[in-house]
Design a protein around this ligand. Structure first.
Ligand SMILES: Cc1cc2nc3c(=O)[nH]c(=O)nc-3n(C[C@H](O)[C@H](O)[C@H](O)COP(=O)(O)OP(=O)(O)OC[C@H]3O[C@@H](n4cnc5c(N)ncnc54)[C@H](O)[C@@H]3O)c2cc1C
Length: 380
């Protein structure tokens, strides 16, 4: 594959770098977003919608710009570089892509244009308290048919941005045993529906994740998204896109850490010389660069495979998620090493990135979860 950016991707990247540098200005602002219950501003959301980012992956008929996964990773990398907070990932990738994959024509027409224009936020309620290790098929939240309605009961955990979303795509079991892939159905549920209880959790990266309790939540028959009992295929597709998009975000974060650390190594003087003149620090910087270069190739290759609709995309998305998660962690650790004591203070940018490296490692499956997928794909 060709790794050079198209002219459109170059423009997207430059515009994103410019906009996000202004929109996410400094550490004080991040710390404010960390503390804020919503974790983003309307101004930021509106700005991103005006740039067309909300509909990047949606076809034009649904108000999108018909972009590719390669466009998406180009943008995501910039979002990671800027450490963008807020519900972009949950709305566009988790909610939006699941509706695009599973929705009826009417559902797609109803939801996607509103997401694309920035007037609607939709997240995905997937993980549950029983999930000690990431397993998207472990669904115990139940949906039962009652006359002309579905009634949903159970608890979801780590639902991203449920507190600021209008709707959720909820994965619920309508048949089968707890870990069966068959028998999982998807439902569109309003976050303000009676019986929905949302509690914000405290997280390592300051992102907004919630526990969502469904207590006899009644939704109409039309709330079913896709075929009854066949929701897992759409979830798998969304998770593949999410894993690769997360890799791009982590890659952008790694780039920022390396840039900051290299600049510091050139300016920080110890024993009468900049620390970057010592071989030990030079090698650390080289190790960062090597980890990042490898991450670029595997992330963009996985994105390209998704665009091509290649079955191998499953394996490569997993290779990418396992690899990049560990690479980002390594880069963040080296970043701290180079900054020494200064990199540990809260008012420094370094902890923002290393906290995100830790959160990103576990998002949509740890490296070991993805190794399992690679092993399966190798026929083991
Ligand atoms: C949580 C915490 C608690 C602390 N508590 C105390 C305390 O109680 N008392 C106290 O005195 N200090 C304390 N410190 C400070 C600590 O001692 C310093 O952080 C440490 O000495 C490193 O100095 P520095 O941060 O200025 O890093 P720098 O000296 O600026 O070093 C930055 C990087 O360059 C590398 N480097 C520096 N010189 C060379 C060289 N010649 N060759 C190769 N690499 C080099 C370092 O290994 C490091 O990776 C604390 C620090 C932290 C993070």
């Amino acid at each position: 594959m060709d790794f050079t950016y198209t002219d459109d991707q170059k423009m997207l990247k430059e515009a994103a770098r410019r906009f996000l540098a202004g929109a996410c200005p400094n550490v004080e602002w991040y710390l404010e977003m960390d503390k804020d219950e919503k974790g983003f501003t309307q101004e930021l959301w509106k700005g991103m919608a005006e740039l067309g980012w909300m509909g990047i992956l949606f076809p034009e008929e649904y108000g999108g710009i018909g972009g590719s996964m390669l466009d998406m990773v180009t943008l995501m990398e910039e979002m990671g570089y800027a450490a963008l907070p807020g519900p972009y990932f949950s709305t566009v990738i988790l909610g939006g892509c699941t509706i695009l994959a599973a929705g009826s024509e009417a559902q797609k027409q109803e939801f996607l244009p509103k997401i694309a224009e920035g007037s609607l936020r939709v997240t995905l309620a997937l993980s549950e308290p029983a999930t000690t290790q990431f397993n998207p098929a472990l669904i115990t939240v139940k949906a039962k048919a009652e006359g002309e309605a579905w009634v949903i009961n159970g608890i979801k955990l780590f639902v991203p941005d449920a507190n600021v979303s209008d709707w959720m795509v909820v994965a619920a079991r309508t048949a089968g045993k707890d870990t069966d892939r068959d028998g999982i159905s998807l439902f569109l549920v309003e976050t303000k529906a009676p019986g929905v209880g949302i509690t914000l959790l405290k997280t390592v990266a300051g992102d907004k994740q919630c526990e969502v309790v469904f207590d006899k939540v009644k939704v109409p028959k039309t709330a079913l998204l896709g075929e009854l009992g066949k929701g897992f295929a759409a979830i798998e597709r969304t998770l593949q896109i999410a894993a690769v998009a997360k890799c791009a975000e982590m890659l952008g974060g790694s780039n920022k850490v390396m840039e900051m650390a290299v600049a510091y190594a050139k300016e920080r003087v110890q024993f009468g010389k900049p620390i970057g003149s010592f071989q030990a620090v030079q090698h650390l910087c080289a190790n960062m660069k090597m980890a990042i270069e490898q991450s670029i190739y595997i992330t963009y290759k996985a994105a390209w495979m998704i665009d091509q609709g290649m079955p191998e995309a499953r394996k490569f998305a997993a290779v990418a998620k396992a690899w990049v998660s560990e690479a980002y962690k390594k880069v963040a650790l080296i970043g701290h090493q180079i900054f020494g004591g200064t990199g540990y203070i809260v008012e420094h940018a370094m902890p923002i990135y290393s906290r995100r490296a830790k959160a990103g490692e576990y998002a949509f499956g740890s490296p070991n979860y993805h190794r399992e997928i690679v092993a399966q794909e190798l026929g083991l």
